[in-house]
Design a protein around this ligand. Structure first.
Ligand SMILES: Cc1ncc(COP(=O)(O)O)c(C=O)c1O
Length: 393
């Protein structure tokens, strides 16, 4: 064993969505889960200790964060991304998806249109449609084995559908892009010109690889900062999704007030104390752990690249600039998504997220979560290879 991340920890019978809900989600019991975006790794030790200390206290009454909490969050972003949001702009929510839903309700009316860039994290479409807003898509373009934004289509749709709100996924889940400064500037100019608020979901910002650089959208311009909302959370970075805490930065006081009022209307006030403690401790003491984790994930990414090239040549692995989610183009294997899905589940015995969950543009794709000990990834790939070798091309 070379790394602490090699350790396999049994997650069954822990009420884990990934490991304990096969029946409820219509999956066979024997499929290996590499779907939902959480990691099979324990959180940093200082965070575990801080939580244990709090548990010892034994009382869990209503709680809230104070200035030192805010400063830890701000410090993280200012150190890692050279962006220092103002303290008063911080609004805490029990999750980023919750914040997206609140933004939809606070900044648009029923029947209004909201724009997303497919293929994209599926709750984006859900919170728009479930709140009776119209979904408008500005699909990403696949070109030379890489995705890019379609700016002409973006501007046309913003005008045609009078879009006042869009969700940006930066870095992008599932296509793994880190948007460049030029791309973000182009998008920002269009949105700013047409008065469209950009809700930038940057939950994956801590998983950016090689020479790519994550740029927080509101850091690009003081004016755009007033017309955008930055969604962050320690949940992907430190594997804390079950503790339900996220930090939303809303610089514009009017938008902030509207957002807070909408959140209160929905009955939310204080946060989960364990989430607060975990978040603050992770941002204060978890950086070395994160760097070690990123090295480990880079190893899994290059293993996956090599394996696919060598043994699964008809599958295309999109360059992964960010996130721990691999976006696999399996369109050369089958004509229909149903055939691909049953191959993955019944023959390869894997539980992956089907590409079409992210929009019709994901047809032919599967998303694989590689944030697990390498032996688990190896097992998954061997299962896939065995099934693949039985296919007749
Ligand atoms: C882009 C993106 N946003 C939000 C979330 C979930 O955020 P939360 O659990 O804070 O609602 C995920 C989880 O995978 C995600 O990929």
């Amino acid at each position: 064993m070379n790394s602490r991340f090699d350790q396999v920890i049994e997650r069954k019978n822990t009420l884990s969505l990934k490991y304990d809900f096969h029946t409820e989600r219509n999956k066979a019991e024997d499929v290996l889960p590499l779907w939902v975006a959480d990691m099979d790794f324990p959180i940093p030790e200082p965070v575990q200790k801080a939580l244990q200390e709090r548990v010892k206290h034994g009382i869990f009454g209503y709680s809230d964060g104070k200035e030192d909490y805010n400063q830890s969050v701000i410090q993280w972003f200012s150190k890692r991304f050279s962006y220092r949001p103002a303290e008063e702009s911080l609004v805490k929510t029990p999750g980023v998806v919750y914040a997206l839903a609140i933004a939809v309700k606070a900044f648009t009316k029923e029947g209004d249109s909201v724009l997303i860039q497919n293929p994209v994290y599926y709750p984006f479409a859900d919170v728009i449609q479930q709140n009776n807003r119209k979904l408008v898509t500005n699909p990403l373009i696949q070109e030379y084995g890489k995705y890019r934004m379609d700016f002409e289509d973006l501007e046309r749709k913003i005008q045609k559908y009078a879009i006042r709100l869009m969700f940006l996924c930066s870095p992008h889940n599932p296509v793994g892009r880190v948007w460049t400064k030029e791309e973000l500037l182009h998008l920002g100019e269009i949105c700013f010109r047409h008065g469209c608020i950009v809700v930038s979901d940057e939950i994956h910002c801590d998983f950016v690889f090689s020479s790519h650089e994550h740029i927080p959208f509101p850091s690009l311009s003081k004016e755009w900062e007033q017309q955008s909302i930055l969604c962050t959370a320690p949940s992907k970075t430190f594997n804390l999704a079950g503790l339900q805490i996220s930090n939303i930065f809303i610089a514009n006081p009017q938008l902030r007030e509207q957002f807070i009022q909408e959140s209160e209307k929905n009955g939310y006030s204080q946060c989960n104390i364990m989430g607060l403690i975990a978040c603050q401790t992770a941002y204060e003491q978890g950086e070395a752990w994160l760097e070690e984790l990123k090295t480990y994930l880079r190893g899994n990414i290059s293993y996956l690249q090599g394996f696919i090239q060598q043994y699964l040549p008809k599958i295309r692995y999109f360059p992964q600039e960010a996130t721990y989610l691999a976006w696999l183009d399996c369109s050369a294997l089958f004509d229909t998504q149903e055939e691909l899905e049953s191959f993955i589940e019944e023959k390869a015995k894997l539980w992956l997220d089907s590409g079409t969950m992210f929009g019709e543009e994901g047809k032919g794709f599967m998303r694989l979560n590689l944030a697990c000990p390498k032996v688990i990834l190896e097992r998954a790939m061997e299962q896939l290879r065995k099934a693949y070798e039985e296919l007749e091309f």
